[in-house]
Design a protein. Structure first.
Length: 233
């Protein structure tokens, strides 16, 4: 089943001109970043390693500018972003799966930078509130090193289980992260705070947690607590 799709139109690698346009988009973002935001992040993470490292700071700035709705003077980053697709080739990136599993089908026919820029400019199709929520996911994708699979989705979204419920339902993610049993329907503030304290203690380096991962883990635990407590009010 198709969950998300991004069509990026671009000049072919042998063509001296460099242009980028967007085609058909299926980018659900409810709740943000949603499956669409995860697909955009996957494209960035997959193709950025083959882009010149010195361009990364400008790509990061471009993400923030698009997220804020600023006018982007063209050309930018050696490419011109346009509406017209005449004479361009197309690369199609998809996120597919079912209720139990999701995976990525990324097919590029162009330069790696064209794919990254297409994913960044796709932010313009969202309203400003959604852009602000998806942009940090793209920044995290820029730092990703590894295959684009379950571990990537877990890092990008904080969801340890890669299924539709985990990716699209923040409450399910929060319950999972805090260690509530699968199928938990109702929790109290006391339940949430007790689970949060236990997980927080486990994440701390003084109690066996990883020094490298502690900061990110603690941040996610706090977010999970916030999501669950908000739904109790």
């Amino acid at each position: 089943m198709l969950l998300a799709e991004l069509q990026i139109w671009h000049t072919r690698p042998v063509t001296p001109t460099r242009r980028v346009a967007l085609g058909h988009l299926v980018l659900p973002t409810d709740p943000a970043p949603g499956l669409g935001g995860v697909l955009l992040a996957a494209v960035v993470a997959a193709y950025l390693p083959n882009v010149e490292p010195e361009l990364s700071p400008d790509i990061s700035r471009l993400i923030d500018q698009v997220a804020r709705g600023q006018r982007i003077v063209q050309p930018r980053l050696q490419h011109r972003y346009q509406v017209d697709r005449h004479g361009l080739a197309v690369s199609v990136h998809q996120m597919v799966g079912d209720a139990e599993h999701v995976e990525f089908d990324l097919h590029s026919m162009g330069r790696p930078l064209s794919q990254v820029l297409g994913a960044v400019y796709a932010l313009e199709r969202f309203n400003l509130d959604i852009r602000r929520q998806v942009a940090p996911v793209l920044h995290r994708a820029m730092r990703w090193q590894g295959p684009i699979g379950p571990s990537f989705v877990a890092d990008i979204t904080g969801v340890s289980r890669v299924d539709l419920v985990g990716v699209t339902d923040p409450r399910a993610w929060a319950l999972d992260l805090l260690g509530f049993p699968v199928g938990t329907a109702k929790v109290t503030k006391k339940d949430v705070m007790n689970r949060f304290r236990v997980r927080l203690r486990e994440a701390h380096p003084d109690h066996g947690g990883s020094d490298a991962d502690a900061g990110v883990t603690i941040e996610r635990l706090g977010e999970a607590r916030r999501i669950l407590l908000e739904r109790l009010t």
